[in-house]
Design a protein around this ligand. Structure first.
Ligand SMILES: Nc1ncnc2c1ncn2[C@@H]1O[C@H](COP(=O)(O)OP(=O)(O)OP(=O)(O)O)[C@@H](O)[C@H]1O
Ligand SMILES: [Mg+2]
Length: 256
């Protein structure tokens, strides 16, 4: 392993160093509730994420998917209930080992390279080789000097992913990262996500796209009205969901 690391460039070391499974799992949520103005938007969710799989969160609009992952990432505080990662209450140190990519990319109004440099600078001295490797990995090296705002939607989303991966997260949350992208751009993002997963990152991914879920998911968390209806291995889910509502959802019959 050390030999392999020694032979790689600085950039490749980012990927290689993650090959061994790392330590934020398992995640346990118990009675997780978020109430706003008396409405339980996330309602008594119990959820266990044990495997270093790609977990896909699905469910109709307004089901509470985005709120759930924001809670799991500690971006918002629950009204009640608990979240532990590797047996400890969610804390700042854990949050720094996680990253989030949103449906609309969050980027700095600077160059593509500066967007990645900024994230790397949070972790240590700027490392140009590392930055270039990350940009190459997401297919943006030739755009390095361009202003990020001039990138296409798909390219901006790849830059958002590059920024998230620069953090070398143990856990990567993705909230509909391919919702407005063309099919080729969707597949590129999926390849990058799969490769992050293959190198040891736990992926928690919200999608409305059944094809995407079938391509990527190890397990499916199905949400409805703030609750988790079922958490099922993906193959089993697409063959036959474990709940009647799950069957309705797959048939397009379930709405909020
Ligand atoms: N800050 C807020 N204040 C009040 N209601 C909110 C707030 N944030 C979200 N909601 C409501 O909570 C519900 C769940 O929202 P959430 O964004 O988690 O849904 P979602 O499952 O991600 O839906 P979509 O598939 O449309 O993205 C929605 O009805 C939404 O209107
Ligand atoms: Mg959402």
């Amino acid at each position: 392993m050390l030999d392999a690391v020694d032979r790689t460039t600085a950039g490749e070391r980012i990927i290689a160093s993650k090959a061994a499974p790392r330590g934020l799992l398992p995640m346990e949520a118990r009675g997780l509730t978020l109430a706003i103005s008396g409405k339980r938007l996330v309602d008594a969710v119990d959820l266990d994420l044990n495997a270093n799989s790609i977990t896909m969160i699905m469910g109709p609009n307004g089901a509470g998917k985005s709120l759930l992952i924001r809670l799991l990432h500690g971006m918002i505080t629950p009204t009640s209930g608990s979240i532990t990662w590797s047996g400890e209450q969610l804390n700042e140190g854990m949050r720094r080992r996680q990253a989030m990519v949103f449906q609309r990319p969050v980027l700095l109004r600077r160059s593509v390279a500066a967007n990645v440099d900024f994230v790397l600078s949070l972790r240590g001295p700027t490392d140009k080789a590392k930055r270039d490797h990350i940009l190459e990995h997401v297919g943006l090296l030739e755009h390095a000097k361009q202003p990020a705002r001039l990138l296409s939607g798909g390219e901006q989303q790849r830059l958002a992913l590059a920024r998230a991966l620069a953090l070398e997260p143990d856990v990567l949350f993705l909230d509909e990262p391919t919702a407005s992208l063309d099919p080729a751009s969707v597949l590129r993002i999926e390849q990058i996500v799969s490769s992050a997963h293959a190198s040891g990152t736990k992926i928690i991914f919200i999608t409305h796209d059944f094809g995407q879920a079938k391509r990527l998911a190890g397990d499916i968390v199905l949400m409805h009205r703030g609750g988790v209806l079922e958490h099922t291995p993906a193959e089993k889910f697409f063959e036959k969901p474990q709940t009647a509502k799950g069957v309705d959802f797959l048939a397009g019959r379930i709405v909020l």
